[in-house]
Design a protein around this ligand. Structure first.
Ligand SMILES: Cc1cc2nc3c(=O)[nH]c(=O)nc-3n(C[C@H](O)[C@H](O)[C@H](O)COP(=O)(O)O)c2cc1C
Ligand SMILES: Nc1ncnc2c1ncn2[C@@H]1O[C@H](COP(=O)(O)OP(=O)(O)OP(=O)(O)O)[C@@H](O)[C@H]1O
Length: 146
């Protein structure tokens, strides 16, 4: 036993916070005693529209949540630089994140990093009209103001 707090790591874009994000971060926080979050750089968000809010703003909003111990801006090129610095015991992937769990496990092992990789669950709406995705919030805004 190292005596260090068990560190959980979550990651994502977090452009316009919503209850789906809170659910994911709460599940990640439950996996450890300390929650760290890597907020992706806009230039690395290639699988969907680029975030509206700047990198620092997204990092600052996530970092202000009481369940988050520290929010880190991701590395521009090498995703494993912040992982090495944070040195998590567990990496919690979001239910719909496109990353391949086994590929991450292999990449960690290849770099001598020892972290479990687990998936969080999805959060369904709890009442009519609850908006649980940034895309949905943007679509509503465009419908109303666009
Ligand atoms: C272990 C891990 C480390 C990551 N590190 C970085 C990073 O250093 N820089 C970055 O821009 N994105 C990083 N990402 C990617 C994003 O945080 C995020 O997973 C990706 O942009 C998908 O975003 P979404 O889940 O919001 O759709 C990392 C992802 C994982 C799984
Ligand atoms: N409804 C939800 N239930 C559980 N987790 C969620 C939910 N929505 C987002 N998350 C998680 O939050 C993390 C960051 O998500 P991201 O910033 O891509 O938000 P998003 O609202 O899903 O974005 P978009 O709608 O633009 O795809 C991801 O790990 C994702 O799985």
């Amino acid at each position: 036993m190292s005596g260090e707090p068990r560190r959980a790591l979550a990651q994502g874009t977090f452009d316009i916070l919503h209850p789906g994000h809170l659910h994911y971060l709460e599940e990640a926080a439950d996996r450890g005693e300390e929650l760290h979050v890597i907020v992706s750089r806009a230039k690395n968000v290639t699988h969907k529209s680029a975030p509206v809010c700047p990198d620092r703003q997204r990092r600052d909003m996530v970092g202000a949540l009481s369940i988050v111990d520290e929010a880190h801006l991701g590395h521009p090129e090498d995703f494993f630089v912040p992982v090495r610095e944070i040195d998590p015991d567990v990496i919690v992937l979001g239910f719909d994140q496109h990353h391949d769990d086994d590929a991450i496990r292999t990449a960690l092992r290849d770099r001598g990093l020892d972290a479990e990789v687990v998936r969080a669950s999805a959060r369904e709406p709890r009442y009519d009209g609850e908006l649980l995705s940034t895309k949905e919030i943007v679509a509503k805004l465009v419908e109303r103001h666009g």
